[in-house]
Design a protein. Structure first.
Length: 337
């Protein structure tokens, strides 16, 4: 039996009118504490999910929700373009939200998308190692009510579909290719350890080194941003001369994504070092803006726009068959050559 608004109001201890104002987007909203109680009761009872089911049954909307970590990051903007193109070909519009790596903002975005009765929600940001129980419950209720959820990377939410990106395997391939070219000294700019994508890529780098009986000189965590790459690269400055000699290969900084790698390049230039003569740098993703940088960046190329397309197609498929595996390829360029 569908949960009624009256049940939500009763659980929250408010009037039916108050519950309606909170959940139906009225401009006359009550105090934050009361609104929070109503929203919590709706999540607990699954009221939003049932409203979504009714909307789907009426075909009232042709909307998709897309949550990214940072729309300014070329990784996410390229994925978003793929989602938008695939959605447009199917007569859908995309609502976009940027969480800025905040779990609370991601929860707010998903709640808003459900209130707009979107047919599907795509979570494009890396999943956290520690799941948000409120978000998981909200998504589970949404799926139970007929909504579709797709994540980039595995998820524990029952009924959600996902794309399986070659994060660990790609990092392994990239580091192995550099080792095969003679590089033996590595430091890993690992990204935030709380994010699954960062952990997978750092693990892939480390596994390739171990297979060659090598070990990283350092593993430094930082944010998945240009600033994170800059800061973590500077932390490695004391390692640049350790074990180096006229016959040695330079230290190679393995960054967990391209924007970190570009920040690391800037950091090395600030120290008066040349890339790749004095230090090598490699990234991950092959974001489109790399074509504007010199020296060109060695990286692992993921088909970012295609990833967005696949996510949208999976979200809109009549009979979704996930997960979908997405592999990439090593691209060797000047920065680690």
């Amino acid at each position: 039996m569908a949960v009624t608004l009256s049940e939500v109001a009763r659980r929250a201890g408010v009037s039916l009118a108050t519950a309606s104002r909170v959940l139906n987007g009225s401009d006359r909203t009550p105090a934050a504490g009361i609104a929070d109680r109503v929203k919590a009761a709706a999540v607990e009872l699954g009221y939003v999910a049932n409203a979504q089911a009714q909307a789907l049954a009426r075909s009232a909307t042709r909307l998709m929700g897309l949550v990214v970590h940072d729309i300014a990051d070329p990784y996410f903007s390229t994925v978003a373009r793929g989602v938008q193109l695939a959605a447009g070909e199917r007569g859908r519009q995309v609502l976009l939200a940027s969480s800025d790596h905040s779990p609370g903002a991601e929860l707010d975005a998903v709640t808003a998308f459900i209130s707009y009765r979107t047919d599907a929600i795509i979570l494009a940001g890396s999943r956290s190692e520690t799941a948000d129980p409120a978000l998981a419950a909200l998504l589970a209720g949404y799926i139970a009510g007929g909504g579709r959820v797709v994540t980039l990377g595995a998820t524990d939410v029952p009924g959600a579909q996902h794309l399986d990106l070659a994060n660990e395997a790609g990092a392994f391939e990239l580091a192995s290719a550099l080792i095969a070219r003679g590089t033996t000294r590595f430091a890993i700019l690992a990204g935030p350890g709380t994010l699954t994508t960062a952990r997978q890529r750092a693990s892939g780098f480390a596994r390739a080194l171990a297979a060659a009986q090598l070990a990283p000189i350092a593993v430094v965590e930082g944010t998945f941003t240009r600033e994170g790459g800059y800061d973590t690269a500077l932390e490695c400055r004391g390692l640049l001369e350790q074990g180096a000699g006229p016959e040695s290969a330079p230290l190679c900084l393995l960054a967990a994504n391209d924007v970190m790698a570009l920040g690391a390049m800037t950091a090395m230039r600030s120290l008066g070092l040349r890339v790749p003569q004095d230090v090598q740098i490699a990234g991950f993703d092959d974001i489109p803006t790399l074509r504007d940088h010199s020296p060109s960046l060695t990286t692992y190329r993921l088909p970012l726009e295609q990833i967005g397309r696949l996510a949208a197609e999976l979200a809109l498929a009549e009979d979704p068959q996930g997960p979908i595996r997405v592999d990439g390829e090593v691209v060797l360029r000047e920065s680690a050559g």
